[in-house]
Design a protein around this ligand. Structure first.
Ligand code: 3PG
Length: 307
């Protein structure tokens, strides 16, 4: 019997797991769950007899693929696939996919949760500010960036965006001002929200010089990846500029230093929360299960990443 393993260090909601099970049951597949695992050994053991694998940010590297002797497909239930070693997947004849867009609204809503929390001074009772009328810069206009733009308009914000891979005309069609480069975005906006993937190109690209261009009182929001931010540079900048604030959904390696040196201007969620809603889990989890069935039964390779 075909076996689908859901391996999630950070588990899906129950409703998502039930949704996945409905899809695998209908296909006549067996579903196995490995949740909240604490060491890689547990994952290596669990993948041994799996034909298909669903993960979130769980690392699927050469060791995992070597241990997964029967594996034909791995689906990252989510957008960012920097946790999948695509070369190793190809080398092991494993098709790798993601589920783009399925958790985008959830991540976008969190951006505004973090922002309201911040501009109301972390709910400490003192007088804060509003988002209405502020200029928001969206760095990368993919599925999350587009949802952020939609919600920002509801707040009455002015919205700008830059995306190195998305034409300005597409951004403008969405009613958002396209700026020519990321420097302009940081120059012109009160708040910049990061939605770039972690790639060799974007690694530490959000650095001291770039963030240092922000206006007085600037806020940087990161619901993307910690790897895109030059943490040391940002920390040094925030010590020089006591007006800047940093909100992140991905705890930096230097979290303790940020908390100590930028108290009252820094907030990191304890665990990545962006996609952590019942809706996002169900959307991404069920999409992943359907993509597995589509591939195994009909050879459908839409969303394959290692073509
Ligand atoms: C994504 O890339 O889809 C998001 O960062 C969500 O990641 P998660 O599934 O680990 O919460």
């Amino acid at each position: 019997m075909t076996k689908v393993l859901v391996a999630t260090e950070k588990p899906f909601s129950r409703v998502a797991v039930e949704g996945i099970k409905e899809v695998t049951d209908a296909a006549g597949y067996e579903l196995a769950l490995l949740e909240k695992y604490t060491d890689k050994g547990q994952l290596l053991q669990a993948v041994a007899d799996a034909d298909a694998l669903i993960v979130r940010s769980d690392k699927v590297d050469a060791d995992v693929l070597a241990a997964a002797k029967k594996l034909k497909i791995v689906v990252r239930a989510g957008a960012g696939f920097d946790n999948l070693d695509l070369k190793a997947c190809t080398a092991h004849n494993v098709v790798a996919m993601n589920t783009p867009g399925q958790n985008a609204n959830s991540v976008a809503e969190l951006v505004f949760g973090l922002l309201v929390f911040c501009v109301r001074n972390f709910f400490n009772g003192s007088s804060g500010t509003e988002l209405k009328g502020k200029k928001l810069g969206i760095l990368a206009f993919g599925n999350v960036g587009r949802n952020v733009a939609r919600i920002a308009k509801g707040f009455g914000m002015e919205v700008c965006a830059f995306d190195a891979y998305c034409p300005a005309s597409v951004i403008e069609e969405a009613g958002v001002k396209a700026v020519p480069d990321q420097e302009t975005l940081f120059d012109e906006c009160d708040i910049v929200s990061l939605h770039i993937p972690a790639t060799p190109e974007t690694l530490k690209s959000i650095n001291k010089a770039l963030v240092g261009r922000m206006r007085k009182g600037g806020i940087l929001v990161n619901t993307a990846r910690k790897e895109v931010v030059d943490e040391e540079g940002l920390l040094s900048l925030m010590q020089e500029r006591a007006d800047l604030r940093y909100l992140t959904d991905i705890k930096p390696d230097t979290d303790a230093a940020f908390s100590e040196k930028c108290a009252g201007r820094y907030f990191a969620t304890p665990k990545k929360m962006g996609a952590q809603t019942a809706e996002a889990n169900a959307n991404a989890g069920v999409a992943a299960a359907k993509q597995i069935v589509g591939f195994l039964k009909e050879g459908i390779t839409k969303y394959q990443l290692n073509k």
